[in-house]
Design a binder for this molecule. Structure first.
Ligand code: FNR
Length: 368
């Protein structure tokens, strides 16, 4: 029997429920990682290599976990990251995530390949709610330009260009389950029919331009005033190059372990990136985000301590939505809020600005 919502006490609980209630194809698409799923598992496990160095006797009666991301004030230091095909999990799709994000004043990143149309998602947003656009760059740049200009006109506050997917990874679980009974088509503005014979991931890969390169960045800068963030950066050298290219941010990410298997976890990369930026005095020239495997507030706190502006969370909200709809997403966010406040108290920090590397013992990371 399906547990009632109140019996979900952490984000992992939603995953267990979702697995038991979701359609097999949908579960396969959401839960799969590339190849042997080594990176996908490592994403969460890597957080366990870092220990806290909590401080005592700090006044933590009031704890403030609000922060800013790309200039927008948010109530918590995470955002709902872009995940394609929301209607596989819930008939209403991404707008459920929009409403949940709105209730908790956190940002939603809208995927290019959402099941709901971009406008439906923007229309579901409350006044003043901040949203970002995740962009898969189409071979036809006129299509891409139209998507970007439309997003800016509708008030999107950030353009996250996905750079870790010149080709979509092989997610074998997903390929095995075939992508035939999908009631929800890819509705994106990219247009065109998709080949559904090889799993959802393969089906959408035809939209993506593998020739995308650093040379294209000035073009994006010329067509939009939105801040540009590269999503899927995986090593220090490319972060430095991103600063030089004049983009406003990077998301250290391996796409939830769905692309290159045995790519490093984002938290490991972050631990290397921030010192390199500080060494050059560049830490304020770029905002650094991470995603992948974030399941506990302690994961979020570790990322912020190391210097991330915020973290993206993907599957847990998909699972909460698939299992319980909006109340599930709402509860998942409330659980994170409660965990955040408690753990801030327990490490001895009363606001986000007090989080810093001296609160961590990172000797277990492989960079050492
Ligand atoms: C994704 N992700 C993703 N990223 C992207 O840039 N465009 C996309 O369309 C998608 N689609 C997508 C679908 C599903 C089902 C998943 C699970 C993930 C990657 C996503 O933005 C993010 O990098 C990871 O999901 C973060 O890892 P966790 O939080 O899912 O562990």
């Amino acid at each position: 029997r399906m547990p009632i919502l109140e019996q979900c006490y952490n984000l992992m609980d939603f995953e267990a429920v979702a697995r038991s209630v979701m359609k097999k194809t949908a579960w396969a698409y959401y839960s799969s990682g590339a190849d042997d799923e080594i990176t996908m598992r490592e994403n969460h496990n890597a957080f366990h290599k870092i220990w806290f160095r909590p401080r005592i006797l700090v006044d933590v009666e009031k704890v403030d976990i609000s922060t800013t991301m790309l200039g927008t004030k948010v109530d918590m230091p995470f955002y709902v990251t872009a995940t394609a095909l929301g209607k596989l999990g819930h008939p209403e799709g991404e707008v459920i995530l929009t409403r949940g994000a709105s209730k908790h004043n956190v940002i939603q990143m809208i995927p290019t390949l959402a099941s709901c149309s971009f406008d439906e998602i923007m229309d579901a947003a409350q006044d003043g709610q901040c949203q970002w656009l995740q962009l898969y760059v189409n071979k036809d740049r006129k299509v891409t330009r139209r998507i970007v200009e439309h997003a800016e006109k509708r008030g999107c506050k950030g353009l996250f260009i996905t750079v870790d997917a010149p080709q979509l990874g092989r997610r074998e679980k997903d390929m095995r389950s075939k992508f035939s009974d999908v009631g929800s088509s890819v509705q994106s503005s990219s247009g065109g029919e998709v080949d559904r014979s090889q799993g959802a991931a393969r089906a959408i890969s035809s939209f993506i331009d593998p020739s995308l390169s650093w040379k294209d960045i000035p073009w994006f800068q010329s067509i939009t005033k939105m801040p540009i963030i590269l999503k899927g950066v995986q090593c220090v050298e490319d972060v430095l190059r991103a600063v030089e290219a004049g983009v406003q941010g990077v998301v250290l990410s391996n796409h939830g372990g769905r692309q290159l298997d045995t790519a490093p976890s984002a938290i490991e990369v972050l631990a290397e990136v921030m010192p390199a930026l500080r060494e050059r005095g560049w830490q304020d020239r770029i905002e650094v985000y991470i995603d992948g495997g974030v399941r506990r507030a302690t994961d979020i706190l570790k990322a912020i301590c190391l210097g991330a502006k915020g973290v993206g969370i993907g599957r847990p909200f998909l699972y909460a939505m698939s299992a319980y709809g909006l109340p599930g997403v709402d509860r998942a966010m409330q659980l994170l809020r409660d965990e955040m406040e408690m753990n801030m108290r327990l490490i001895g920090a009363s606001d986000i600005s007090q989080l810093n590397p001296t609160l961590l013992d990172t000797r277990g990371l492989s960079m050492h």
